[in-house]
Design a protein around this ligand. Structure first.
Ligand code: GLC
Length: 555
């Protein structure tokens, strides 16, 4: 297995809108990030993944880009960006940009031109089709944010495809000019000195030529087999690799919902010349009761099966990315752990242990290192996220599910859980802004905040800091072979890692009560690398505390 810096790195995701506001307009910005770089340096992370900072009308908080080579007004200017990049590099921190090129904003110059006439040179930059008849879209596909995936445009009496909102028209990657423009733009950023790309829904860029009706789930047909992992996606990524990526020492991670281990080996194979790694979503998808919405936790045995399969099947062939949450997911401790005050810290540390001891590159989502929790939503008016707003309207508005049933589901999984402001201290608005925040601060900021966490050596923050440091000191954590133990046990997540003559035993309790565990004989006398209890780990029979986690190291 090749050794590379991005396999050994720990990545921290910043959602700039909610990270730190420097000018009191209630919206996070680039100067805000600069002011917190020393905090990130102290935590010990190597790379920042910056969610989109480009010019955008913010229909989907920056994932709808109107100019790829300019900065969103609320976030600052290109000078601020250059300052951020230099200040991060001075501290040895790299910056990975979000690359959103499945679609643009409808306010992007290309689309403004494209919709003007069928003869525009930009017409084929997007995907235009005739309707079935005057009132009916070309097919029955639904968009990810509710409603049909086609928008009628009166100007030319045709429909354009948008797999997300109507303000996010899909680019036509089959047009070589589109690919050229995108590669040119990427090269411009690489020449600026950025350190990589996280590629938004990159496995959706290639669509089939034929676009028949999809299988109906709920109100609309599914576009999945026609737009996800489409016919030319590998060809286009190889072209991107050849023309751009291979020329720079950068890292790439593709967001690839619905990807299988087989496909991941192609997208991110050691020698397939596409991407360095992909995000798979099996452990955070497929648990839904109403579409993606549910109020239930994934059963531990299912979770273990998924994680272990990815660990084993990619070993030596492709590289995993490791994450519990991001800006599209609820908070890790609320979803996989236990955010009741008695258990929050223990379970947050347990989850961190479980993930950070696996093979792959770990991603920490802002606030995860503080054990930040889901938000106590009171009414649909609290939502800011287009997906949550539309989903509530679509499921409850049309009476498909009652409010009483749907409310616990949407509040458990809403993306807004992750988007409440970073909790810096116990001053008003958690120290995030001197003004009115664009989205409400979680009221628990008086207890859970960075100031308190950094001051307390036993905090979740210091536990993450230690895990990051351990990864740097122990190549076994990065490169060791993974093997699951006790696969049918529904209370404990247990696995080993092995490299040369060294072995790690990782034990994580996912229950809120005590449970017993017998340490395998080969680990008798092994030292404890880290634990969330502070106990000694000599004996072989142990009664584990609720959410206990420990790692034994045998040399
Ligand atoms: C990705 C992003 C998400 C966005 C969507 C459309 O899934 O992570 O935030 O809404 O793509 O760009």
């Amino acid at each position: 297995m090749n050794r590379t810096w991005w396999k050994e790195a720990v990545i921290y995701q910043i959602y700039p809108r909610s990270f730190m506001d420097s000018d009191g307009d209630g919206i996070g910005d680039l100067q805000g990030i600069i002011s917190r770089l020393d905090y990130l340096k102290y935590l010990g992370i190597d790379v920042i993944w910056l969610s989109p900072v480009y010019k955008s009308p913010n229909d989907d908080n920056g994932y709808d880009i109107s100019d790829y080579q300019d900065i969103m007004d609320e976030f600052g200017s290109m000078e601020d960006f250059d300052e951020l990049l230099a200040a991060a590099h001075e501290r040895g921190i790299r910056i990975v940009m979000d690359l959103v090129v499945n679609h643009t904003s409808d306010e992007h110059r290309w689309f403004v031109e494209s919709r003007k006439s069928k003869d525009s040179v930009y017409r084929d930059y997007y995907i235009w089709r005739e309707g079935k008849d005057a009132q009916t879209p070309p097919n029955n596909w639904g968009s990810c944010f509710g409603g049909p995936a086609w928008q009628y445009d009166g100007e030319t009496d045709m429909y354009y495809l948008h797999l997300f909102s109507g303000k996010q028209p899909d680019l036509n990657w089959d047009n070589p000019k589109v690919r050229e423009e995108v590669f040119r733009m990427m090269t411009w950023w690489c020449d600026k000195g950025i350190d990589g790309f996280r590629m938004d829904v990159i496995n959706m860029i290639s669509k089939t030529e034929e676009m028949p009706d999809g299988e109906v789930h709920g109100l609309y047909g599914s576009f999945d087999p026609y737009c996800v992992n489409g016919p030319n996606v590998h060809k286009y990524l190889q072209e991107m690799n050849e023309k751009v990526l291979s020329k720079y020492d950068i890292m790439t991670v593709g967001e690839t919902g619905g990807v299988t281990t087989e496909l991941a080996k192609q997208y991110a194979g050691e020698d397939t010349h596409e991407l360095n790694m992909v995000f798979q979503f099996e452990h955070v998808e497929g648990d839904g009761k109403y579409g993606k919405w549910t109020d239930e936790k994934i059963p531990l045995i299912t979770l273990k099966k998924i994680m272990s399969r990815w660990q084993c099947e990619l070993y030596g062939k492709a590289w995993n990315s490791l994450f519990w949450d991001n800006h599209d997911q609820p908070r890790a401790v609320s979803r996989f752990g236990d955010d009741r005050p008695r258990f929050r810290e223990m379970s947050a540390k347990m989850l961190a242990t479980c993930l950070h001891m696996m093979q792959g590159t770990p991603y920490i989502y802002q606030g995860e290192e503080l054990g930040m929790t889901n938000y106590p939503f009171r009414s649909p008016e609290d939502f800011r996220d287009i997906e949550s707003i539309n989903a509530y309207r679509e499921w409850c508005g049309k009476g498909a599910v009652s409010h009483e049933i749907f409310w616990p589901c949407i509040t458990f999984k809403s993306r807004d859980n992750a988007r409440t402001p970073m909790q810096w201290d116990d001053s008003p608005q958690a120290g995030f802004t001197a003004g009115n925040p664009w989205i409400a601060v979680n009221p628990n900021y008086t207890q859970i905040n960075a100031k308190a966490e950094t001051a307390d050596p036993d905090s979740v923050f210091h536990y993450y800091k230690k895990l990051i440091a351990l990864r740097k000191e122990n190549p076994i954590i990065v490169y060791g072979r993974y093997e699951p133990l006790l696969e049918d046990n529904g209370e404990l997540f247990v696995y080993t890692r092995e490299l040369n003559d060294e072995k790690l035993l990782v034990v994580c309790s996912f229950c809120d009560y005590e449970t017993n565990f017998a340490v395998p004989a080969e680990f008798a006398g092994a030292s404890c690398l880290i634990s969330n209890t502070g106990d000694a780990y000599g004996e072989t029979e142990r009664t584990l505390k609720p959410y206990e986690a420990f790692v034994l190291h045998k040399k």
